[in-house]
Design a protein around this ligand. Structure first.
Ligand code: NAD
Length: 528
């Protein structure tokens, strides 16, 4: 079925952008708001966005006028009578959504598709309250809608087969990439993103690492565009908290249970960037840790290059990295030995994720002067080094090691001597969540990677990250975390163990079994 004319109900943060996306694709839009004032404000946001596009040279004045002429503003539902699709984008409250669907059900032709942009409510619950639940579907855009390339198309047990296929085709016409998902809380992107953010907040809360180090581990160590704590502040701690509550209510597992720090900050009105304060404070234009959590003393400690050592012992189990680091230190003019018996200012134990530092530090006989050094992406200028303190490492030793790393041009985070250190502690459980989602048959590895790259701005999806690190290494890291903590979320998923044992990457499976197109899905019916 071809979709030529749509209605967008609610022109708030998301709705104004969604109306713009349709109008830019040549589709007529009935833009419905609750009252005249809200309509003016929504159209104002749409106009401002189009004007920005003109000033940046992405549209000319004639195109702007054409797009704007396709938008027909309304404060009642009558004008939606002839549309092929209506998208509901009103606040995330089931009673408001039900009311809007009752109106659409009454006004629209029985052939029209009714879609909701809900992020966390049950599409089935919305559909079940209508007269024709087979035509109800989720069409979940990401913020900002004109920019983000993903649309999650949510099929319920009541949805007619033709409906998700038509919505997926429409999403392609809009220049977006659709992924089809079942009606499960959080769909793909939020169900994976939010527990990762929650886990990062719990690492901060427990004093495992500082806020600045946690965010640096994610950006410099994993390559993500933004740290999880800054992202929580950007999304809003209140919004994040309510999505986690929905996920926790649906799945009942601890990983979705909001960490108390989030609840406390929301109660205190520190909801993130929009409030000027969340995990970080944005006062004075600079983000500084505002939580006051014990052990998370603000942003990264200042490094004094004068603390750098003259003589260094380099030992450890990661042979190649050990050699790279030793030669870089020698090139930087340091006196380097690989013999632990030589008295030096500092012992650097080049570490592998999952392997504790302490036994090597004890064997070296000078544990107070020993620091672990883990380079998650190998040794290179600007690379991240995790400096790992054992319970015997002296504070002065950490300062010496940080000064040395700065002298080598490395970015530094500090981590305790626990499995995964900091980068792995953040990343491995997140990757395990993604593998479990594929293993449970909920979404394919391809769709999960698409959702995380296009919906969350990841440069590489979780399965590409696993392939890059090696399934065996991710498995070893997770196993070590699971043995140390016993949390079910750290239990390695069997699918990951299979890939590690067989030595095949996830990309090989994708090549062998290409993702289904919406035509295939339409032909093959609901069995997916
Ligand atoms: N904000 C995001 O980042 C984001 C991202 C993806 C999905 N969503 C989802 O999109 C939906 C809307 O979120 P938002 O952030 O745009 O909310 P919002 O509060 O910014 O906008 C909602 C708009 O709906 C209007 N409205 C309320 N009742 C109405 C009615 N009866 N008829 C017509 N208009 C009505 C309001 O006046 C308001 O302009 C929610 O379901 C949310 O979960 C939001």
């Amino acid at each position: 079925m071809e979709i030529r004319d749509v209605a967008v109900v609610g022109l708030g943060t998301m709705g104004a952008g969604i109306a713009e996306v349709f109008a830019r694709a040549g589709i007529g839009v009935v833009a419905i708001e609750a009252d005249e004032q809200a309509l003016r404000s929504g159209l104002g946001a749409l106009d401002a966005s189009l004007s920005r596009a003109v000033s940046r040279g992405r549209l000319d004045g004639a195109q702007q006028a054409d797009i704007r002429a396709r938008v027909r503003p309304a404060t009642g539902f009558g004008d939606a009578a002839g549309v092929d699709l209506a998208v509901e984008v009103v606040p995330e409250r089931i009673e408001i959504k039900r009311q809007v669907f009752a109106e659409l059900d009454r006004v629209c032709s029985p052939d029209a598709i009714l879609a909701t942009n809900t992020s966390s409510l049950s599409v089935t619950a919305i559909a079940a309250g209508t007269r024709h639940p087979g035509r109800v579907v989720g069409m979940h855009f990401f913020n900002p809608a004109p920019v983000m390339g993903l649309v999650e198309v949510v099929r319920t047990v009541l949805t007619d087969d033709r409906v998700p296929a038509a919505v997926a085709d429409l999403a392609r016409r809009l220049g977006k990439t659709p992924v089809e998902v079942a009606d499960r809380a959080g769909f793909i992107a939020n169900a994976l993103l939010l527990p990762y953010l929650n886990h990062a907040a719990s690492l901060l809360e427990s004093g495992y690492a500082t806020a600045a180090d946690i965010d640096m581990a994610a950006t410099a160590g994993i390559g993500l565009p933004m740290g999880p704590l800054a992202l929580l502040d950007l999304i809003g701690l209140d919004t994040s908290l309510s999505v986690l509550e929905v996920l926790h209510a649906e799945f009942g597992v601890a990983r979705y249970c909001p960490t108390p720090l989030l609840r406390r900050l929301v109660t205190a009105g520190r909801t993130g960037r929009k409030a000027g304060r969340g995990i970080f404070s944005y006062e004075g234009g600079r983000a500084t840790d505002a939580t006051g959590v014990a052990g998370s003393a603000g942003s990264a400690e200042a490094v004094d290059l004068a603390d750098a050592p003259d003589t260094v012992t380099v030992i450890g189990s990661a042979d190649e990295q050990e050699a790279d680091l030793a030669s870089a230190l020698a090139s930087a003019g340091l006196n380097v030995t690989r013999n632990a018996a030589h008295p030096t200012d500092l012992i650097l134990i080049v570490a592998e994720a999952g392997q504790p530092i302490l036994p090597t530090a004890l064997a070296a006989g000078r544990a107070g002067q020993a620091v672990g050094a883990h380079l998650p992406s190998g040794f290179a200028a600007g690379a991240l080094v995790e400096l790992v303190a054992t319970s015997l490492t002296a504070d002065t030793t950490m300062r010496t090691a940080a000064a040395l790393a700065a002298r080598l041009g490395l970015s530094v985070v500090r981590a305790p001597d626990r499995p995964g250190f900091l980068v792995g502690a953040l990343l491995y459980p997140h990757l395990a969540d993604a593998v479990r989602m594929a293993q449970d048959g909920y979404a394919s590895a391809t769709d999960i990677d698409t959702a995380m790259t296009l919906g969350c701005g990841y440069p590489r999806g979780p399965f590409e990250l696993i392939d890059a690190a090696g399934a065996a290494d991710v498995l070893a890291g997770l196993r070590a975390m699971y043995i140390a903590y016993g949390y079910p979320a750290f239990a390695p998923p069997p699918l990951l163990a299979e890939h590690a044992a067989a030595g095949i990457d996830f990309a090989a499976v994708r090549r062998a079994r290409p993702a289904a197109t919406s035509d295939d899905l339409a032909r093959s019916g609901p069995a997916r």
